[in-house]
Write a new protein. Structure first.
Ligand SMILES: Cc1ncc(C[n+]2csc(CCOP(=O)(O)OP(=O)(O)O)c2C)c(N)n1
Ligand SMILES: [Mg+2]
Lengths: 325, 403
C-alpha cells in the first residue's frame, strides 16, 4: 500500500499498463514531456520514450480519430482529452466511430482497446468551459462504456480494468479531486469490475446514488441526515454505461426510497435514466417519488457556482423531503 | 455569378498551364517560399526602402499608449492573481504588438473575433479600465454578468465578440460574420485572431475553406508565438508555419514580424483594403514568442529554458516602438516615466474598486439561457431562493439580496 492522490493513482495505472503492454500508448495535448496540464502522464515519456507517450497537435477530433485507427490496428491507445469540456470536437469520432466500429462491421473490426481519459466536473471556479459533466451525451450512445472513479483506489483499479476491457471506454476523471483526494492504494496491479456499483455505506431508510466527485458531497449530506436519525445507504455507480441496475434496485427494494445526485444539469441527465428504470423495477417498493438533485438547467456559471451546484444542503433537504413524503 | 464563373475559368487555366511530367514528380512539402515583412529595426530605425503604414503622431501615440497600458495591466493582474485577488489571468507579454497593431489597422466598425490573448485589441478600441476589471472580478457590473473566467471580455458596442474558451470555434464564425457584412454591403470586415496551436483544430480548416469559397472579407490573423501551453510549434506542425496553409486554400497570405508594430499595422491596413475591395479573405501570420507563462496556472520552467526566453526579451515590441517614437521626436523619456507611473496607479486603483463591487444577483443564474426565462428555469430559481433563505450563511454573496 502507498499513499497516493488521484493523479498519482492514474499515473501509476498508466505506468503498469505501459510496462506490461508494448502496444500501449499515451497521447494528447501537452501529454508528452510536460506530462499533461494536470501531470497525469508525468514521467511516462522519460520512461517509455517519445514514440509511446507524446504530445499531439491541438485537435481533439484528430486525437480520437488517430486513437480509433490505432485501436483498430491492434494497439492499445489511451488518449487524453485535456478537459471534458473540449471533447466535443471529437464527438463524431467517439459517437459515430468508436461506438459503432464493431457493430457496423459485424465484428470484422473493432476499437475495443481504446480508452479515452478526460477530467470532468466543477467546483474549481472554472466557469462554463472548465466545469462540465458531459457523461449523459455519451450515455445515449450504445457501444461505449463510461466509467467515473471517486477516489485514488477506485481510479487505479477502474482505469486498469477500462484499458484492458475489450470495448471503447470513456473514463471521466473528477478533476476537483485530482490532488484533494488522497488514500491508500495497493502498489501492485489490481482491477475493479466495470458495470458493478459499489455500496459504500449500508443503511435502511433511503438509497443515495451518485458517481465521481459528487459522492463526497452525498456523504456529507448523509452525515447531516444521520444526525436526524436517518439511515442512508450510499451507492457509487462507478460505471454509467452499462450500469448496475441490480445493485441499485436491490437497495431500493430494501430502503423504499431513492435519491440520485449528479453535477450535470437536471434535464435528460443520467439521473433521469436511473429514476425511470428504478420506478419500473421497484414501483411497489417505493415509499416516495425518486429525488434528483442536480445542477441547474443552465450552462455552468462562475460567480454563482455555489448557488448552482447540487451541494450537500440541497441533497439534505431532498433526503428530508423524501423521508417526510 | 459572373465573378464565380470567371474564377472557375481562371482555375482551369492554371491547371492547363501546369507543367506536364512523365516521371513521378512530387513537389516538396516545403516548396512554398514565404517572405517575412519587417519594417522597424530593434533600434527604432526603419529598414531602407521599407514602405511605412499610414501613421501620424496622433495615431502613433494612441498605439504606443495602448501598448503601455497593456503591459502594465498584464503586470498588475499577474501580481493580483498571485495575491489571490483574481482567480486567473493570461498575459500577452512580448506579443502585444499583434493585437494592438491589428486593431490599429482596422476601422471601428470592423468586427474583432479574438481567441483570448488579444486584450490589446480591446484596449485599443477603448474598452474602459473599469470594464476590464469588472469582467476579471466577475462582479455585477461585468458586461458578461460574471459568467466566464477572467479575460473572457466582450463588447457589442465596440464590435469585440465575447471570448469563448473552446479553441478555434471563432474561425468559421468569422467567415460567416464577414459574409453577412459583405451581403449587407457594409464598409466593414472581420478580423479573426487565433494561435498557431488553435490552427490545428478542424474549425480552422473549415473556416478558411468556407471563407475562400464564399469570398468572405475576413482577415485571419494567426499569432504564432511558438507555444501552445507546453507544446512547441515544432511538435504542432511540420509545414512552413500557418502561412503555407493559406496557399492550400487559395487565400492571399502574408507572414510578418509580429513584434514589429509597423509591420503589423502595414499588413493589417493592406489586408483590410484588399479584403474589402476584392471581397476575399486574407491570412496574416505574425511571428512572435510567448514570453510569459501560458496563464497564471502554468509554469514554463517545466518545458523550456531560461536561455530560450532570454533571447526573446531582446525582441520586445514595445521597446522597439518606443525607440522609433523617440527617433521621430514624438515621445520623450519624461513622458515615458509619467505614463507608466500614471498607468500603474490607475490600474491599482481600479482593482481596489472592482473587487469591492457585489457579485451578480442570483436572478442572473437563469437569464440569457434563452431570450426569456422559461417556466422550468423560473421554477428552479424560485426553489433555490427558498433554499437560500433557509441557509443564508451557505450562500453569502446572494443571501442578503434576494429579490
Ligand atoms: C478545443 C480546446 N481544446 C483545448 C483547449 C485547452 N487550451 C487552452 S489554450 C491552449 C493552447 C493554445 O495555444 P495557441 O493556440 O497557440 O494560443 P496561445 O496560448 O499560444 O496564445 C489549449 C490547449 C481549449 N481551450 N479548447
Ligand atoms: Mg501559441
Amino acid at each position: 500500500m502507498a499513499q497516493m492522490n488521484l493523479l498519482q493513482a492514474i499515473n501509476n495505472a498508466l505506468d503498469i499498463v505501459m510496462a506490461e503492454n508494448d502496444s500501449a500508448l499515451c497521447f494528447g495535448e501537452d501529454v508528452g514531456h510536460f506530462g499533461g496540464v494536470f501531470r497525469a502522464t508525468s514521467g511516462l515519456q522519460e520512461k517509455y520514450g517519445k514514440a509511446r507517450c507524446f504530445n499531439t497537435p491541438l485537435v481533439e477530433q484528430g486525437i480520437i480519430g488517430f486513437a480509433n485507427g490505432l485501436a483498430a490496428q491492434g494497439s492499445t491507445p489511451i488518449a487524453e482529452i485535456q478537459f471534458a469540456d473540449y471533447i466535443f470536437p471529437a464527438f463524431d469520432q467517439i459517437v459515430n466511430e468508436s461506438a459503432k466500429f464493431r457493430y457496423r462491421s459485424g465484428n470484422e473490426f473493432n476499437v475495443g482497446k481504446l480508452t479515452i481519459r478526460t477530467p470532468y466536473g466543477g467546483g474549481i471556479a472554472g466557469g462554463l468551459y472548465h466545469s462540465q459533466s458531459p457523461e449523459a451525451y455519451f450515455a445515449h450512445t450504445p457501444g461505449l462504456k463510461i466509467v467515473v472513479p471517486r477516489n485514488p483506489y477506485q481510479a487505479k483499479g477502474l482505469l486498469l480494468a477500462s484499458i484492458r476491457d475489450d470495448n471503447p471506454v470513456v473514463f471521466f476523471e473528477p478533476k476537483r479531486l485530482y490532488r484533494a483526494s488522497v488514500g491508500e492504494v495497493p502498489v501492485e496491479d489490481y482491477q475493479l469490475p466495470l458495470g458493478k456499483a459499489d455500496i459504500m455505506q449500508t443503511g435502511t431508510d433511503i438509497t443515495l446514488l451518485a458517481w465521481g466527485a459528487q459522492l463526497e458531497i452525498v456523504e456529507k449530506a448523509a452525515d447531516k441526515a444521520s444526525a436526524d436519525g436517518i439511515s442512508c445507504e450510499i451507492i457509487d455507480l462507478r460505471t454509467i454505461l452499462p450500469w448496475d441496475v441490480d445493485t441499485v434496485a436491490n437497495s431500493v427494494r430494501k430502503t423504499g426510497r431513492l435519491l440520485v445526485s449528479q453535477e450535470a444539469p437536471l434535464t435528460a441527465g443520467f439521473a433521469s435514466e436511473i429514476a425511470a428504470t428504478i420506478q419500473q423495477e421497484c414501483f411497489l417498493h417505493l415509499e416516495s417519488p425518486i429525488e434528483r438533485v442536480c445542477g441547474f438547467d443552465t450552462p455552468y456559471p462562475l460567480s454563482l457556482e455555489k448557488e448552482y451546484v447540487a451541494d450537500h444542503l440541497k441533497i439534505y433537504e431532498a433526503i428530508k423531503r423524501s423521508i417526510n413524503y | 455569378m459572373q465573378g464565380l464563373q470567371q474564377e472557375k475559368a481562371m482555375n482551369t487555366e492554371i491547371y492547363k498551364e501546369s507543367q506536364v511530367v512523365h516521371t513521378p514528380t512530387f513537389i516538396d512539402g516545403h516548396s512554398v517560399e514565404i517572405p517575412i515583412l519587417k519594417i522597424l529595426k530593434e533600434d527604432g530605425t526603419v529598414y531602407s526602402g521599407a514602405e511605412l503604414p499610414e501613421i501620424d503622431q496622433v495615431k502613433a501615440t494612441k498605439v504606443y499608449k495602448a501598448l503601455a497600458f497593456h503591459r502594465v495591466l498584464d503586470e498588475r493582474m499577474v501580481a493580483a492573481q498571485r495575491q489571490g485577488r483574481v482567480s486567473f489571468y493570461m498575459a500577452a507579454l512580448g506579443e502585444e504588438a499583434a493585437s494592438v497593431g491589428g486593431a490599429a489597422g482596422l476601422e471601428d466598425q470592423d468586427m474583432i473575433m479574438a481567441q483570448y490573448r488579444e486584450q490589446g485589441a480591446l484596449i485599443y478600441r477603448g474598452f474602459s479600465l473599469e470594464n476590464l476589471m469588472n469582467q476579471m472580478f466577475s462582479n455585477e457590473k461585468d458586461l458578461g454578468k460574471g459568467r466566464q473566467m477572467p479575460i473572457h471580455y466582450g463588447s457589442s458596442e465596440l464590435n469585440y465578440m465575447t471570448i469563448s474558451s473552446p479553441l478555434g470555434t471563432q474561425i468559421p464564425q468569422a467567415a460567416g460574420y464577414a459574409y453577412g457584412q459583405k451581403l449587407q454591403g457594409k464598409d466593414a470586415v472581420t478580423i479573426c485572431y487565433f494561435g498557431e496551436g488553435a490552427a490545428s483544430e478542424g474549425d480552422f480548416h473549415a473556416g478558411l475553406n468556407m471563407a475562400a469559397v464564399h469570398r468572405a472579407p475576413v482577415i485571419f490573423f494567426c499569432r504564432n508565438n511558438g507555444y501552445a501551453i507546453s507544446t512547441p510549434s515544432d511538435e504542432q506542425y511540420v509545414g512552413n508555419g500557418i502561412a503555407s496553409r493559406g496557399v492550400g486554400y487559395g487565400i492571399k497570405t502574408i507572414r510578418i514580424d509580429g513584434n514589429d508594430i509597423l509591420a503589423v499595422l502595414k499588413a493589417t491596413q493592406t489586408a483590410r483594403s484588399y479584403a474589402l475591395a476584392e471581397q476575399k479573405p486574407v491570412i496574416i501570420e505574425a511571428m512572435s514568442y510567448r514570453l510569459g507563462a501560458h496563464s497564471t496556472s502554468d509554469d514554463p520552467s517545466g518545458y523550456r529554458t531560461k536561455e530560450e526566453e532570454e533571447k526573446w526579451h531582446m525582441h520586445d515590441p514595445i521597446l522597439r516602438m518606443k525607440n522609433w517614437m523617440l527617433a521621430q521626436k514624438w515621445w520623450d523619456e519624461t513622458q515615458e516615466t509619467e505614463l507608466y507611473e500614471k498607468l500603474r496607479e490607475q490600474v491599482l486603483a481600479a482593482v481596489k474598486v472592482a473587487e469591492k463591487i457585489d457579485k451578480p444577483p442570483v436572478e442572473d443564474l437563469v437569464t440569457d439561457v434563452y431570450d426569456q426565462v422559461p417556466a422550468h428555469l423560473q421554477k428552479q430559481l424560485d426553489e433555490l431562493k427558498v433554499h437560500i433563505k433557509k441557509y443564508p450563511e451557505a450562500y453569502p454573496f446572494t443571501a442578503g439580496r434576494i429579490k
